[in-house]
Design a protein around this ligand. Structure first.
Ligand SMILES: Cc1ncc(COP(=O)(O)O)c(C=O)c1O
Ligand SMILES: [Zn+2]
Length: 421
């Protein structure tokens, strides 16, 4: 990244694409794989000087960081879902329960479709429009389908989302409502992703946000990192725990922290990045433990369906980040996921989804294993909403709902007595 100012284009101050494997550079445009080695491409910038005041004067959405994203200057005024600027909550009761000093929760339920995916989709949509694509599409583990269908509706363009047929009913309903095309596929997410890759080659004007527009899409997750630093008063946390499916979110939060240091917007303080997976789909945690650089694909079997990517595209880059920063990748089983969802709700009034349970569960595991310092300031990402994964926690009353009482004082007192017993 250089910091010499240049004329912003339809991609803002983004100046080129480069290969994450061999470093070859390419013009900005509709490519996602390196022509030399097939490695994944990433967006590079010639950033202008950016000040804290410039950013603070911006809108209460990800567009306050527009100059650090591959989007046109006037992006905030275009019809979009205006994601981001979610709250960073200090969670003292949860911290006490875990024996930690300072714990913060980045609550991504505050986004328009209740997960962080609205961020990446907004950036992908802007780039897709710039490149002349006509249809917004994706393979999805659920939350991305919600975000694509909503963003396309808002922008007035067609959407096509491909999902594994066994997704949570709430995620299917919360996608269908936006009126785009939704295609349930008989297979795992990795099967759906393969089909999407074939379609992306076949349908010239379809932007599969996380396939052929992936370099731009993934940049959207940087905004989680920017916001955390700004909300902490322009400084970095000492530790951060991030859920890992493809791994893009974790890798981009680290990229954001490094950019903020390079731009002089935060002090260059040490931070450690930790990744969280469900044991039933933990290929990156397994590679971390084994000391491997490559990630062996697995067949997922976990209630954390949003994280059920058995062949994660950014897996090796997650390993690079956690090893460079002195973090770790760990996993927890489904029972611990449910326990963590309940703990977060009961201590902080936050109902997170299964991915949230994975992240908090792994925080507990890392503490127990002595890998994470309970005295160091820590942030965890609550990436999605529990209302979309209701079946995972079930009803406390069983299938029929709570037994009703008669509307009398006597009936209420009898109910109270039965509870005390
Ligand atoms: C709620 C939630 N959290 C985290 C993730 C992980 O994102 P990534 O694929 O960037 O690792 C996903 C991905 O689908 C998700 O839906
Ligand atoms: Zn290459």
């Amino acid at each position: 990244m250089s910091t010499s100012a240049s004329n912003p284009s339809g991609f803002g101050f983004a100046s080129h694409l480069f290969c994450r494997e061999c470093g070859a550079t390419f013009a900005l445009g509709a490519s996602h794989a390196c022509a030399e080695c097939f490695g994944p491409l990433e967006v590079g910038y010639e950033l202008p000087p950016v000040t804290r005041a410039d950013i603070e004067a911006g809108p209460a959405s990800i567009w306050r960081y527009a100059s650090l994203l591959p989007v046109p200057r006037g992006i905030a005024a275009t019809p979009n879902t205006e994601p981001g600027w979610t709250r960073l909550a200090r969670t003292d009761q949860l911290a006490r329960e875990l024996g930690m000093r300072t714990l913060w929760l980045k609550d991504e339920r505050g986004n328009p479709t209740h997960s962080f995916k609205d961020r990446v989709v907004a950036v992908a949509l802007a780039a897709a429009v710039e490149m002349g694509y006509k249809v917004l599409a994706c393979p999805s583990t659920g939350n991305l389908a919600n975000a694509v269908a909503a963003a396309a509706a808002r922008a007035g363009i067609r959407s096509v989302v491909l999902i594994p047929a066994d997704l949570e009913p709430q995620k299917i309903a919360a996608t269908a409502i936006y009126g785009g095309a939704m295609v349930p596929v008989d297979g795992s997410y990795d099967d759906v992703n393969r089909l999407a890759s074939e379609l992306a080659d076949d349908r010239e004007d379809w932007a599969f946000v996380n396939v052929n527009v992936r370099p731009y899409y993934a940049e959207g997750s940087k905004t989680i990192g920017y916001e955390i630093a700004e909300q902490l008063g322009w400084r970095l946390p000492e530790q951060i725990v991030v859920p890992v499916a493809s791994g893009a979110q974790l890798v981009k939060i680290d990229k954001a922290f490094r950019e903020l240091i390079e731009l002089g917007l935060v002090a260059d303080t040490r931070y450690r990045v930790f990744g969280a997976q469900a044991t039933g789909c933990s290929p990156v945690a397994a590679a971390f433990r084994a000391g491997h650089d490559v990630v062996q694909p697995v067949k997922p079997a976990t209630i954390a369906k949003s994280l059920a990517i058995g062949n994660p595209a950014d897996g090796p880059y997650v390993l690079d980040v956690v090893r460079r920063t002195g973090g770790a990748v760990a996993d927890v089983g489904d029972d611990a996921v449910i326990h963590a969802i309940r703990m977060l709700a009961a201590t902080e009034g936050v109902f997170g989804e299964t991915a949230s349970g994975v992240t908090l569960g792994v925080l507990g595991r890392l503490l127990a294993d002595g890998l994470l310092d309970p005295g160091a300031e820590t942030v965890i990402i609550n990436s999605g909403d529990g209302l979309k994964t209701l079946d995972a926690v079930g009803s406390p009353y069983g299938a029929g709902g709570p037994a009703a009482i008669r509307p009398t004082l006597e009936a209420f007192e009898a109910w109270e007595a039965s509870r005390a017993a």
